[in-house]
Design a protein around this ligand. Sequence first.
Ligand code: XLS
Ligand code: CA
Ligand code: CA
Length: 438
Amino acid sequence: MAEIFTGIPQIRYEGPQSKNALAFKFYDANRIVLGKPMREHLPFAMAWWHNLCNAGKDIFGDPTADKSFGAQKDTMEHARAKVDAGFEFMQKVGIEYFCFHDNDLVPEADDINETYRRLDEITDYMLEKMQATGIKCLWGTANMFSNPRFMNGAGSSNSAEVFCFAAAQVKKALELTVKLGGRGYVFWGGREGYETLLNTDMKFEQDNIARLMRMAADYGRSIGFAGDFYIEPKPKEPMKHQYDYDAATAIGFLRAYGLDKDFKLNVEANHATLAGHTFQHDLRVSRINGMLGSIDANQGDLLLGWDTDEFPFDVYDATMCLYEVLKSGGLTGGFNFDAKARRPSYTYEDMFESFILGMDTFALGLIKAAALIEDGRVDAFVKERYASYREGIGARIAGGDATLEECAANALALKAPAMPGSGRQEYLESVVNGVLFG
Ligand code: XLS
Ligand code: CA
Ligand code: CA
């Protein structure tokens, strides 16, 4: 098989002083951080859809990049060429995982039976490549938002026939995920929401989404899927409102329907910011609820109101992300670059330089988050801030022993409380800067 990315070498670590655009400055796979090599802290994944399928088309313009990889588009020959390109790319950039939607792998046929056949054929070929390279599957999913049949959602569709087609896709995508040894299976509720409440039975739609997820969990376990299912929250786009709005909403949903034993969250940075939160906020909400499973590593643009899926560049955000991940004891999933090069960055070199940027940004995030934890001042400050709950009435409140009357009597005896202590936000921000740039 001919080399596709000719002229692009194996990407290696050369250190922060390197001016080589095709080298890592910070991602050093074997460097030990907090007792573990970087590659184990950072199981990076390539998103099949952005890297191998997306050619820069947007609602105003045609593709700018050539992602044909020498084959005629939308054929099985092209599907195989994408596999060849994908594995060559992952090997050269040194990442060990990929994520996929069913429809990223093969062109969808008019008859679902033929689509199934194509999926079987292509995953046989992928398995050969996986065995030859050691590259693994992070997670799989079903695209239940592109085909017009899903205009009103998949699990939440008003049509029972469409619900069945969604079920058929989930069933097959789960089987493929098991076949490829995937660590997880994702539900991103792309059109699981509404355009107007005037035509929507919200309760019925949410009940049905939960039914589809329950069926998937039961079927997955019956065919030996031992990994985590994930909900990937997103507040809007393509729908005006999506039910898995943010981490807190998704966790409430999973608990309400008894799905929280099988599901965790796949938190995407750009979706958290679309929901009006920081990336760290949704990671924290997931972590403190024991639900932080996997991460879609990208970033948005705060000046744009939509999902731009940019490669991560913001080292502050990456540091705070890794702070949450380290505090969580790592991920059962990984860091999927659900990100695309900007439309004017259309060359093969841009594909590699994008991943170098993303991997270096997260490597920096890891190094700096570890340093922040080892520095200890932020954690010590937070601990001290709640010190009043470690003795006296505070300890009784925190232990769940105090009554309302007892707390009120305490207040009356005090007459007025002492000032609660400075939050010292500016001091803490300067500690972070000191750790980042000191
Ligand atoms: C779109 C989502 C999607 C999911 C997988 O906004 O990020 O790509 O990650 O369906
Ligand atoms: Ca995503
Ligand atoms: Ca996104």
